[in-house]
Design a protein around this ligand. Structure first.
Ligand code: SAM
Length: 287
């Protein structure tokens, strides 16, 4: 082994993730209330998402599969996938997100998605999640203890696991944060996940999904409300700077208000297959 490789194997990627996650995620984002508030805007983006299309192309769902979708949100993946698989267990700790998902499933006559209120941090045995053919976690790795989360997800899958994780800035709107005078909080990105998996003996495939930020608003007031929630607890000088930012950035096109500078958001799609015959031992090692 080269000196460089030895150096890397001695890094504790879970501890590094914890330190970086503490810098990146505010207490608000770790609370289900924060996600409850964002649920309506997530719901609107469910249908016709380029991101979901790319994810499902990589997943290649099969009709007999059962899927565990952790941090499912309003069903950006569960809803478009429902017609192509047997059953989906969609888990999230935000009641607001699950309510949107249930509402949308009902509207579309979808009956094979079971929503469950639960968190990464919960005891999944008590939640009764069980083992599924495939476990996915899309844009939902908002956790302190990455290793425990990855082990739980791995143990819940019979055949495959797929995760998407942040690359660089991720979906955070750096422009808006800096415009109101806040520091952009650097945080962990996908490379921590890949390195930790490697240390766990899981050699994952990595590809990337690029999407354009799709934020669009019916009115300027709606944009202001959105950023107020998104940025959280704006003081008066920040509110003034937000107004100036909206003056500069918002443009009225085709009856909607959109951002003048659309960003490309890159996600790392990290996936692995379970070794045949090692499923039970993997699961028991993990729990
Ligand atoms: C960015 S959204 C992604 C939703 C969906 N998977 C998608 O790709 O559109 C993140 C989701 O993770 C959920 N989440 C965040 N922290 C969580 C936790 N500790 N346990 C369970 N869900 C969590 C949020 O409620 C939210 O629905």
């Amino acid at each position: 082994m080269t000196e460089l490789c030895e150096g890397l194997t001695h890094l504790d990627w879970n501890e590094r993730w914890k330190a970086a996650a503490a810098r990146r995620w505010q207490r608000t984002e770790k609370a289900s209330r924060y996600w409850d508030k964002r649920a309506p805007s997530f719901g609107e983006r469910n249908l016709d998402s380029a991101y979901a299309k790319a994810f499902l192309e990589a997943l290649k769902p099969e009709p007999e599969w059962t899927i565990l979708d952790v941090g499912c949100g309003t069903g950006a993946l569960a809803l478009p996938m429902a017609g192509s698989v047997r059953r989906i267990t969609a888990v999230d700790f935000s009641e607001g997100m699950l309510r949107e998902l249930d509402r949308c499933a009902l509207n579309h006559g979808i009956t094979n998605i079971q929503t469950k209120l639960g968190a990464w941090e919960d005891d999944w045995e008590t939640l009764g999640l069980g083992v599924h053919d495939v476990a996915i976690a899309s844009r939902s790795l908002v956790v302190d203890d990455l290793e425990t989360a990855l082990r739980k997800l791995d143990a819940s899958a019979r055949h495959r696991v797929l995760i998407t994780s942040i690359v660089g800035d991720g979906p955070r709107d750096r422009r808006a944060m800096e415009a109101v005078g806040r520091n952009f909080p650097k945080g962990p990105d996908y490379i921590y996940v890949v390195n930790l998996l490697h240390q766990m003996g899981i050699y994952a495939n990595v590809t990337f999904i690029d999407t354009e930020r799709e934020w669009a608003f019916a009115s300027r007031d709606e944009a202001r409300d959105f950023y107020n929630t998104y940025l959280g607890n704006l003081d008066s000088p920040e509110e003034v700077r937000l107004e100036a930012y909206l003056d500069r950035e918002l443009v009225h096109r085709g009856g909607r208000w959109t951002l003048r500078h659309p960003d490309v958001i890159r996600w790392a799609l990290i996936s692995w297959k379970k070794p045949v015959g090692e499923i039970q031992s993997e699961a028991s090692r993990a729990l």
